[in-house]
Design a protein around this ligand. Structure first.
Ligand SMILES: Cc1cc2nc3c(=O)[nH]c(=O)nc-3n(C[C@H](O)[C@H](O)[C@H](O)COP(=O)(O)O)c2cc1C
Length: 349
């Protein structure tokens, strides 16, 4: 009798387990079909990338008001600063927005606790695995979207409960990985059962349409928003982006294992030469300290770190964030609607 009960008990337990698995899968399937705009509650499936020293409440609220998902970048700031940015963003928009947290930020624990209390719509993370904070953020109803540059990390984070994966190719500005957007997106899209957002090298409708064709459900854009009217960086920084050509970026810091894409200038030339001479990684970090701030705040585009993606060569006009977004998606829609003409309408190949 006891055995029967045990068998019955374990059978019903297994049945429940199977049922739960099926339900989970159903939920997952529904999730896959949802595009990123539904996931974040925004009109357009576009995230304005977190950009340290740059993505403040002005830019984040302008992007959110324009129908995208604006992000405040925590950079290396503390929780009080980021909370102030959240409050100011809320004064300027009633639309969803998010916060980007670099996991090497020394204040990361207190920032994550504050974000859970503030219940921002979305948290994106860079530089590692946010697993430690996942349940706290998700319990607060926050969508968690890590930025990754490899399939292995994407799989680990999807299993850990991420809501979407932001897959960033090496074309992007700022800290970068090795793989190109073209190679990375389809491989991550095949590997995970959650929406993938493509980042790196997207600045117009062609980029959005291409990302969609590669399996992405949305895009993250950084460089193109650097020249948004609401982006409060020094005009010299904006001018350098507007004048950039396709081959004007370079990656500094490869020798330290932490490459960063910037526009070529005296600073990048100097540090690349120091790297060639085998500069010690710690010395390198000291050399780089404050260089992004110098470019962004002081407009020192000679000695500062003018972070930018390769797509800067195509960014030619200063416009409002709303116009940038609207134009990109109008173009993407046109391309998508005409996709049947790729090989001749209605003709088999
Ligand atoms: C100036 C600059 C600063 C950036 N800083 C950050 C950052 O603080 N955190 C982060 O996760 N990504 C950062 N990024 C990457 C962007 O969020 C975004 O993923 C990237 O810009 C997308 O590629 P794109 O530059 O080709 O548009 C930065 C990018 C730029 C251009």
């Amino acid at each position: 009798m006891a055995d029967d009960l045990t068998i019955q008990g374990s059978l019903s337990y297994n049945c429940l387990g199977i049922k739960r698995k099926i339900n989970d899968r159903k939920r997952e399937c529904k999730h896959i079909m949802k595009d990123v705009s539904e996931l974040f509650g925004v009109r357009y499936p576009i995230i304005q990338g977190g950009m340290a020293w740059i993505a403040n409440y002005h830019l984040a609220s302008a992007v959110s008001n324009g129908g995208g998902l604006g992000l405040i970048a925590a950079g290396s700031a503390d929780a009080a600063f980021v909370k102030g940015q959240i409050e100011k963003t809320r004064e300027l928009t009633d639309k969803p927005f998010g916060v980007n947290v670099m996991l090497m930020n020394p204040h990361v624990d207190e920032i994550m606790r504050m974000l859970a209390e503030e219940k921002v719509a979305v948290v994106t993370t860079g530089a590692g695995n946010p697993g430690k904070y996942m349940s706290m953020l998700k319990d607060a109803g926050i969508r968690v979207c890590p930025v990754v540059a490899s399939v292995a990390l994407a799989i680990r984070l999807a299993r850990g409960g991420a809501d979407a994966i932001i897959a960033e190719g090496t074309e992007a500005g700022g800290h970068i990985g090795e793989l190109t957007t073209m190679a990375l997106i389809p491989q991550i899209a095949d590997a995970v059962g959650i929406p993938v957002v493509a980042a790196g090298g997207i600045a117009d409708g062609r980029g959005i349409a291409a990302a969609y064709m590669l399996g992405a459900k949305g895009v993250q854009v950084g460089t193109a928003f650097l020249v948004a009217e609401e982006c409060q960086i020094a005009q010299a920084y904006k001018d350098m982006i507007l004048k950039a050509r396709d081959t004007d970026t370079v990656a500094t810091g490869r020798s330290t294992g932490h490459p960063v894409r910037v526009l070529k200038n005296r600073m990048s030339k100097d540090v690349l030469s120091l790297e060639k001479q085998g500069i010690d990684p710690e010395e390198f970090e000291n050399r780089m300290a404050g260089t992004l701030r110098a470019a962004v705040v002081d407009g020192d585009v000679v000695n500062g770190s003018v972070m930018s993606g390769q797509i800067a060569g195509m960014v030619k006009r200063e416009e409002t964030a709303a116009k940038i977004i609207e134009k990109m998606f109008r173009e993407a829609n046109d391309i998508y609607e005409n996709r049947h003409t790729l090989f001749g309408a209605g003709r088999a190949i």
